[in-house]
Design a protein around this ligand. Structure first.
Ligand code: HEC
Ligand code: HEC
Ligand code: HEC
Ligand code: HEC
Ligand code: HEC
Length: 479
């Protein structure tokens, strides 16, 4: 064959390369490289367009896939080198090494091989990437893949009004730029989980959470955050009959304060409230600036030292910091469970006993699972044998609900316990509204942020048995 054979393919040096490639190590490398490239190409459109909202697709595309890609790439020369060592130099460069032509069996074998693996790869990758993208956007992935880490948030979420809203809707939201940001922070999180360096409990507030108004307002229409709402709050006492009382509030979400209500006062058109906080959890607020249609007012506590403190613009999360990861306190959790009948309010001292059991400490979920129901049942076996005999199934069912209450709020592995995550909506369990509305935040001219009991709600009944107002409305206690 002469150097000018018409059907010669490629330069002269390619022949020995093709020859050397025909070994199983290099071929494996070729398969891995093509597989990785095809997966990467399939992921590319979704990653670039921000069509998926999961940071982990990005991690897959930019961190995981390159590993086999470059690994495979290294295998090819490695195989060639070994092959060459095996054959010796003479075998590789025979004086008349055939030029590369389709008639060359080594070339054909290689081309067929790459062709076949590519076809298989395209079929497999298109199915897998589609599945992976859907999966990574899903709640299961967010809440369960890093099971231990997210267990508290995932559990609380499942019992919340947002249980059907995907994690990414609040944590990433629409648009590509936050998607990229979250992808970058997601990388750090994956390492923290892999090397077990994440803090317990996961600190709150989330430092770089997307501004709430961009996420929450994609579902909650600004003009319709709410009407005034009647809140009926049942409480069971610690006496033998678990005496039930009710507090009735008309919360002025949208209707009070000349129609602008709680939402309009803080976030209405033209209103910006900024505040300085002296602790990381934003529980201490010595300085507040109100900027509204009527001008600017600055309120500060008497001893406020504000130099150098972080300043934040108030948004939804300064009241609704627990819209979905809402943890209960034991008293309130029991009141709710007794109100819905999950824990029977007719079992003597049920509230008092359950409360004591809940407040005891248990080293693990397994230990709580054994001791909590047993302790509740034992109380009736010892103190109220007659009740135990007649209402065994009520007692055991209630005992399991006491355990369920503990299980959805306490996570020993993550060091999450009663009150680990304060809820800022209200003022009875945590400082909440009273971080600013405590009467001590005053302006230069002596005005203060109101603590008037009727500014935020009308207190229609406070801890009353069968409040008259509920009777008037026809929603009173059926008994
Ligand atoms: C309705 C919106 C919403 C949804 C849905 C949501 N979160 Fe959150 N998440 C929040 C807010 C708000 C915070 C607290 C922000 C703050 O206080 O700075 C938060 C905080 C967290 C934290 C930090 C620890 C904490 O409790 O403050 C983790 C972890 C978390 N969320 C995981 C998840 C997971 C996993 C899902 C899905 C199972 C999910 N979130 C769904 C709004 C949401
Ligand atoms: C993807 C849509 C979606 C997003 C995003 C969303 N929510 Fe909601 N939210 C809902 C739905 C749906 C309900 C009503 C649930 C129901 O009626 O049971 C709801 C209910 C609520 C409620 C009323 C709960 C109650 O007690 O009735 C509050 C408060 C709330 N959301 C706050 C927020 C905040 C704060 C954010 C942003 C961090 C947010 N939501 C983000 C869909 C969303
Ligand atoms: C100053 C505190 C505060 C801020 C800021 C705030 N809210 Fe509210 N919001 C409340 C209170 C208080 C309620 C009544 C809660 C209750 O009675 O359970 C409420 C109720 C709601 C409800 C339920 C209304 C209904 O009729 O069911 C939604 C939804 C809601 N808020 C969304 C938002 C969104 C979205 C933002 C941010 C744009 C926001 N809120 C900002 C205090 C606030
Ligand atoms: C970061 C500080 C801050 C927090 C937290 C806060 N507020 Fe306010 N609030 C203000 C400021 C500032 C004003 C406006 C004072 C003025 O008019 O100059 C205000 C005004 C109000 C008003 C109008 C009072 C009136 O009579 O004009 C209501 C109602 C109100 N807040 C309810 C709430 C509720 C409910 C919460 C808790 C869920 C809450 N606020 C949490 C700072 C705060
Ligand atoms: C800045 C607004 C604001 C002011 C001022 C205020 N409250 Fe409240 N209060 C709230 C909010 C918000 C809640 C929670 C409503 C809910 O659970 O939906 C609440 C809840 C309550 C509850 C029910 C507690 C429970 O068991 O859940 C009582 C009782 C109450 N307030 C009494 C008062 C009294 C008494 C005053 C006067 C000293 C007062 N409030 C002043 C905003 C306010």
């Amino acid at each position: 064959m002469t150097p000018n054979t018409p059907n010669r393919l490629g330069p002269k040096w390619l022949s020995p390369v093709i020859h050397l490639c025909n070994n199983w190590i290099s071929l494996t490398g070729v398969v891995i490289v093509t597989t990785a490239s095809i997966f990467w190409l399939f992921l590319l459109p979704t990653t670039l367009s921000g069509g998926t909202q999961s940071p982990y697709i990005g991690i897959l595309a930019f961190l995981t896939i390159p590993v086999p890609f470059f690994g495979g790439l290294l295998l090819i020369p490695l195989g060639m080198w070994l092959q060459r060592r095996r054959e010796g130099r003479t075998a590789v460069y025979p004086p008349d090494f055939p030029f590369l032509a389709w008639s060359n069996p080594e070339l054909r074998r290689l081309v067929y091989f790459i062709g076949a693996t590519t076809v298989i790869n395209v079929v497999v990758a298109s199915q897998l990437t589609y599945g992976a993208i859907n999966y990574m956007d899903s709640v299961t992935f967010c809440g369960q893949t890093c099971h231990n880490v997210m267990q508290p948030e995932f559990t609380a979420y499942q019992n919340s009004p947002h249980a059907r809203v995907e994690c990414v809707k609040c944590h990433i939201g629409p648009g590509a730029s936050w998607f990229v940001r979250s992808k970058l922070s997601g990388v750090g999180q994956v390492f923290a989980v892999a090397f077990n360096t994440y803090p317990r409990p996961i600190p709150t507030p989330v430092e770089n959470l997307r501004p709430a108004r961009e996420t929450c307002e994609s579902c909650h229409w600004p003009q319709k955050y709410g009407e005034d709402r009647l809140q009926v709050i049942p409480t069971y006492a610690s006496d033998e009959s678990n005496t039930r009382t009710e507090t009735v509030l008309l919360v002025k979400i949208g209707g009070g304060n000349h129609g602008i209500g709680i939402h309009g006062t803080h976030l209405g058109p033209g209103v910006t409230i900024r505040y300085a906080h002296s602790d990381q959890a934003r529980q201490q607020i010595p300085w507040v600036e109100y900027n509204g249609p009527m001008g600017k007012t600055v309120y500060a506590t008497p001893d406020a030292k504000i130099a150098g403190l972080p300043v934040r613009v108030m948004d939804c999360l300064d009241c609704h910091n627990r819209p979905t990861h809402t943890y209960e306190l034991p008293e309130r959790g029991l009141d709710t469970a007794m109100n819905t009948g999950l824990i029977s309010p007719t079992l003597p001292f049920a509230k008092k006993e359950a409360l004591e059991i809940l407040k005891a400490s248990y080293a693990s979920r397994a230990e709580a699972g054994l001791r909590i129901p047993a302790a509740f049942e034992k109380y009736y076996q010892d103190r109220y044998p007659a009740v135990w005999e007649q209402r065994k199934s009520d007692v055991t069912a209630s005992a399991l609900q006491v355990l369920a209450l503990w299980n959805r709020n306490i996570f020993p592995d993550m060091k999450v316990t009663w009150g680990s995550y304060p809820n800022d909506l209200g003022h009875t369990d945590f400082p909440g509204c009273f971080r600013c509305h405590d009467g001590s935040h005053a302006s230069q001219d002596g005005k203060s942020i109101t603590q008037d009991c009727n500014a935020c709600h009308n207190l229609l009944a406070a801890d009353e048995k069968s409040p008259k107002v509920l009777g008037d409305l026809g929603i009173g206690d059926p008994k």
